[in-house]
Design a protein around this ligand. Structure first.
Ligand code: HGY
Ligand code: MN
Ligand code: MN
Length: 412
């Protein structure tokens, strides 16, 4: 069947959704469960309902829109997220949701009713930037965290997740864990430089690297920046800066896929003439190899202890997220690759450096991802961009992969 999506409709919806929470520089900010997130959710739900899909909201605010097939049974699911980071682009997450909606609209427009039902979902708080951990909604959907525990998570701005969910009107009735799909496929921008560097159009994603997030709090002594001799200082700011330097050294020593980031750093009182008595920072460590990630965590912990002891500051740690590396279903990876070839697109197998909802759905059913290139490998940045041609290519590969899964007998 040579069905193809309506690229103009998909691009126009990406544009319209990108205007919600616009940061005025091409990007958008829709932190999870914020008013902007609600506005974005409402727009996408309207499009889903206008298409006549059966739209359900579950207890953690995940939204699943379903179109029945010829036979009863679990759907082939696609989707992603529409929450963004504060310096978000227009494509991270949004592309997977709107391309999934576009696939269902293309089928409806051409009166194509596949054997299996198909569903497109957006999951709550994929970014984890406001409420850690990341991939929270899909983690609860997959049974990886009880919804009651998720309700009590507190955001970086002091809000309780359950209260925010109710406030924006997305505390749904559908219980979690969610229905187990027949299979799950997520279209997403690569957010890295690999496809572009090799002039490839499609990525057949083999899996997602392991993720370790922790919050570190140093307690030193507030003091006068002018009168306190250096030898008398217990400078939490220096300790925090030393952790950032240590994180970079650990990544360099381990090499390979190891990455390390101190992305959030708050000093108190954060004033020019006061030695910081408190520092709160985050450390993000990732690796495709589970055992190397454990070694990176071990070295980081040892360095934090050394730094605290040398600066004579107290230290407290809190794990914010910890997910082992995930491998996607070989058959789906192969299907993505085969479909890309059939569409005439150069394709490469590669792991994902970023976390994705697909890594949680992989706990429930055969799952996989399709990547399209990110211009300059940039993401979590208003300059995030994927060309219309690559968006169209990715959405059409998604269409055919989903149709294949919706028509096949069983996943062998
Ligand atoms: O942090 C991540 O990998 C994703 O953007 N949540
Ligand atoms: Mn994403
Ligand atoms: Mn992201």
């Amino acid at each position: 069947m040579n069905l193809r999506i309506d690229a103009a409709r998909l691009l126009s919806r990406l544009e319209e959704l990108g205007r919600i929470g616009s940061t005025g520089d091409g990007g958008c900010a829709r932190l999870a469960l914020s008013d902007e997130d609600r506005e974005g959710r409402d727009l996408v739900v309207t499009w889903m309902r206008d298409l006549g899909l059966d739209v359900q909201v579950d207890a953690i605010g995940n939204v699943v829109a379903r179109r029945e097939g010829r036979e009863p049974g679990p759907p082939v699911m696609c989707g992603s997220h529409i929450d963004t980071v504060a310096t978000g682009g227009r494509y991270d997450g949004n592309l997977g949701v709107l391309a999934g909606l576009e696939v269902l609209e293309t089928l409806a427009t051409h009166d194509v009713v596949p054997r299996r039902a198909m569903a497109v979902a957006f999951f709550t708080d994929e970014e984890g930037a406001r409420f850690a951990p990341d991939m929270l909604g899909s983690l609860v959907y997959a049974g990886g965290m009880a919804v009651e525990e998720a309700y009590d998570l507190v955001s970086i701005d002091g809000a309780r997740l359950g209260d925010e969910l109710a406030r924006i009107g997305y505390l749904g009735g559908l219980p979690c864990p969610g229905l187990v799909p027949h299979a799950y496929v997520e279209l997403h921008i690569e957010q890295g430089p690999v496809l572009e560097r090799h002039d490839e159009v499609i990525g057949a994603v083999t899996g997602v690297q392991g993720i370790s997030w922790q919050e570190v709090r140093f307690g030193g002594q507030f003091n006068h920046a002018g009168t306190t001799p250096m030898a008398y200082r217990r400078d939490a700011g220096l300790a925090a800066a030393s952790v950032a330097v240590a994180a970079r050294s650990i990544a360099r020593e381990l090499g390979g896929h190891q990455v390390a980031t101190v992305g959030k750093l708050d000093l108190h009182p954060d004033l020019v003439n006061v030695v910081a008595g408190q520092a709160i920072l985050t450390v993000d460590l990732r690796n495709t190899e589970g055992d190397v990630l454990v070694e990176a965590e071990r070295r980081m912990s040892r360095e934090i202890d050394r730094i605290a002891s040398e600066e004579q500051v107290t230290v407290e740690r809190r794990q914010l997220a910890r997910f082992d590396p995930v491998r996607f279903d070989d058959r789906i990876v192969g299907l993505v690759e085969k479909t890309a070839h059939a569409h005439g697109h150069p394709v490469r197998r590669l792991p994902s450096g970023a976390g994705h909802d697909a890594q949680m759905l992989a706990r429930l059913c055969p799952s996989g991802m399709i990547f399209v290139p990110s211009a300059g490998g940039i993401s979590h940045n208003p300059a995030e961009h994927t060309s219309p041609e690559h968006i169209e290519a990715g959405a059409n590969v998604l269409l055919d992969v989903l149709l294949t899964l919706a028509e096949e007998d069983v996943l062998t």
